[in-house]
Design a protein around this ligand. Structure first.
Ligand SMILES: C[S@@+](CC[C@H](N)C(=O)[O-])C[C@H]1O[C@@H](n2cnc3c(N)ncnc32)[C@H](O)[C@@H]1O
Length: 312
């Protein structure tokens, strides 16, 4: 794994396809050809080992930027359909740079997000403040395994496979219990994840490199799932980012260890954590029968979980 910081220009980049399955995680390693950190790339100097995707929210935001209005409308339609009360307060674990924290308030909701990365949280809060939304949105630092709130929320959402960062049954159940305890009874938890493909080879896509550009900053990102450990139900992904900001380039590569989901496990662990599955939807927001054979071939799916409130 390596990191490079130089004055050279970024080579022309590959296709512009942002893969929504982009689960991303937190194991980092880097060595550098420079001892100067990344001054000029971010507003501060980062130590070499800090050059990771989740320590660079500005670049994460560019690489993973997307219009979430369709998703928000879908979430709202689920709140209306599966909750017998009006949803007002939303919780978002693994909120990252805050795309949902900035958008839900525009639809009249209150939202609190949390994330393991203090840099993500700081960045999200800055953007919330800039947008004048601090009365409706905020981000705090917290770990999905244990984070609980005294305040009760009506619904929670977790997007783009972020739940995959919890690798073990114990961590996942602990998370579900913590969310269950932070929600009102009958509240919803909407989880977007992709299960393992029946044919794991089908998961390997030929081109998982995409390019994004914003405010003169150019980013090339590559997401490469390269090893599937079916025994321990883990998926290993190499993530590489190359960027150019203010005439300087940087590059790093890191490994993400993510849960390899199987529907039966997901169902059982959600149940153990206090939830029952009410519905499942695909990326076109079409329902998928909950008793059907669900595999990764169906793509990333939205699981609508209802809080049974048993864990309190
Ligand atoms: C793929 S990003 C998703 C960010 C955001 N939800 C979005 O849709 O753009 C995954 C996020 O999960 C966070 N994360 C990873 N492990 C976590 C944990 N144990 N607890 C809380 N957040 C975690 C990372 O810091 C990162 O911001």
């Amino acid at each position: 794994m390596k990191k490079l910081v130089s004055e050279t220009s970024l080579e022309p980049c590959a296709s512009q396809n942002i893969d929504k399955s982009g689960e991303v995680s937190t194991s980092h390693c880097s060595t550098a050809n420079s001892n100067s950190g990344v001054r000029g790339l971010t507003e501060e100097v980062l130590a070499e080992e800090e050059l990771t995707l989740y320590n660079l929210p500005k670049y994460y935001d560019i690489a993973f930027s997307r219009d979430v209005s369709g998703e928000i409308n879908f979430y709202i339609s689920c709140f209306k359909k599966y909750c017998n009360f009006e949803v007002k307060r939303i919780l978002e674990p693994a909120c990252g740079s805050g795309v949902f924290l900035l958008t839900f308030p525009k639809y009249g909701y209150y939202i609190t997000g949390y994330d393991l990365s203090p840099k993500m949280v700081e960045y999200a809060n800055e953007k919330i403040e800039e947008a004048g939304l601090s009365h409706r949105a905020k981000a705090v630092v917290g770990d999905m395994v244990t984070m609980k709130f005294n305040e009760k929320f009506d619904a929670a959402i977790i997007a783009i496979n972020s739940l995959g960062y919890l690798n073990t049954h114990q961590e996942i159940v602990s998370h579900f219990k913590a969310i269950s305890e932070s929600l009102v009874k009958g509240g919803l938890y909407i989880v977007e994840i992709s299960c393992a493909c029946q044919n794991l080879e089908g998961e390997r896509k030929l081109d998982e490199t995409w390019f994004a550009e914003m405010n003169g900053i150019k980013i090339e990102a590559t997401w490469n799932p390269y090893h599937y450990d079916t025994k321990n139900k883990l998926r290993y992904v190499k993530f590489r980012m190359r960027g150019q900001d203010n005439g300087r380039t940087f590059e790093f590569e890191e490994e993400h260890k993510l849960r390899l989901w199987y529907y039966e496990d997901f169902k059982r662990l959600a149940q153990e954590g206090g939830f029952k599955i009410a519905a499942i939807y695909n990326q076109e927001y079409q329902p998928i029968p909950i008793d059907s054979h669900i595999t990764g071939e169906l793509g990333a799916l939205y699981y609508i979980l209802v809080n049974k409130g048993n864990t309190q």
